[in-house]
Design a protein around this ligand. Sequence first.
Ligand code: G6P
Length: 612
Amino acid sequence: MCGIVGYIGYRDAWPVVIKGLKRLEYRGYDSAGIAIINDDGFNVYKKAGKVSFLEDFATDKNTTGKIAIGHTRWATHGAPSDKNSHPHSSNDNRLHIIHNGIIENYCVLKEELISRGHNFKSETDTEVLIHLIEEIQNIEKIDLLEAVRQALKSVIGAYAIVILDRENPDQLIAARKGSPMVIGVGESEYFIASDITPIVEYIRNVIYLKDNEIALMTRDEFLIKRLDNVIQTPMIQELELKLENLEKGDFDHFMLKEIFEQPRSIRDCMRGRINPEAGKVALGGIKEYAEKLKNIERIIIIGCGTSWHAGLTGEYLIEEYARVPVEVEYASEFRYRNPIISEKDVVIAISQSGETADTMAAIEIAKEKGATIFGVCNVVGSSIPRITDAGVYTHAGPEIGVASTKAFTAQVTVLTLIAFYIAQQKGTLATSRLIGLLTELDNIPEKIQAVLANNDLIRDIALSIKDASNCLFLGRGNGFPVALEGALKLKEISYVHAEGYPAAEMKHGPIALIDKEMPVIFIATKNSSYEKVISNIQEVLARKGIVIAIVTKGDTQVKKMVDYCIEIPDADEAFLPLLATIPLQLLAYHIAVLRGCNVDQPRNLAKSVTVE
Ligand code: G6P
């Protein structure tokens, strides 16, 4: 969703901010803008569409200056347009603001401000906030930092903001509540951003601003205050991320790069956590809860989108190996339905970004009811790891493609580890069995490498079905979440309507859709439901559907029946989601590329959904 970049220092601010906004493009947005201060005062450029439009628009304009703020906007209040793009200005144009999040009480505030003579140029909630700050400063005759502090106390909602003041062209003010914000600290320079991607090529030292904190930055002063006016000691952390993690390298798209990174990302995710020889799993992030897990009676998993699919694989794994009942809920539903939950429960919140608004709200509700909350997140230092009791990072590295690939398989890997860890505490798996499973898990990265070798074949299959308007993905057992995830990937990036279904449910509805135009993708590997899936394949073939089957290497039975087969190496059923997902990611990718879609930044989608 929206992205923020701010700079104050000795460099030319324009290229820093433009480049930063480009690095944030992956979050999803529909307009962009920059305000820069130089001897002429403010120069503000705003454009609907891509950052490159903004860049082209400003080529012959004044973009000099050593202090600037820039923003990519994902429209909520008001359509994507030049006038609704950020930065927004105060009534007298002295102040400019960029904002991520939503000011929920903006209507009331706006009416009050209009009644006192304010004029608004946009439909946004953000503009209301900067007018409010301006008014407080004018009435109270106080400095900007204090005016921002007072204004934020009367705001309901979520925000990460940065403010530039024409009268103080050597100062940036930033604040956050519920929306991420990080400050890069250099020698006489500061970078502000909604995540570290715009900062990483300049700076190793960062401060993650916390909720209810306001930061004031000048070239010689740095101060953090809380909304209650207490001064804070900034905690500087060193970045581990490297610039090459944010570049495409030799790949055409980030998504393809990230699909191909999975052998490594899964290895990183398991590193130091499994000991196959001893049959032991160690999860340092939740070890304090080992005793609780030993006696746990119920686990609730919450997440959105792909993370919810990972949760479904977790349900299968935890119930199968640890014998604990699991419920998997969409965070957006859970938060509004007065869930029955108690201090005896463990809630696992899954989120690659660690910032998803619905998941965060669901966590707060579970917390209020006394449950223990674990986070499973990819972005280190994001909000969810901070508000949960404990957790396990997925360590997949930055994921830039909006459609989640390596973050999903890392989530599944963590859930596999959690299932085995609980099984270990409860004694539901014999050590000999655990040794076998962990030895196999340790080999999964090599097996994924073998699946990736099918890339050309999968591209050929994509070529033959790329013009389909609908696709059905079917699987049983833990092949069902894989089918859901395969369908989601395809619809997200290629805009082909796709549905995932449990294979046996097909006859209760989707079978009506099947004709000779309809590709049906089956997860048909050799496992406990193999024979049943073969019957479902027959049902599709009888209706002339086009069948693509993911099969176990060496399969002959399915191969004889269907139009296309993609082989994956044999593995224990526990690891089916990790292997069978890969060809579906590649299939979605190639179909989207062949249809000419913007794979890394699909329309209307955002990487990190910070509004509900
Ligand atoms: C967005 C992304 C999806 C993601 C979902 C949940 O919709 O486009 O890829 O699965 O949010 O995000 P989270 O960061 O909580 O996993």
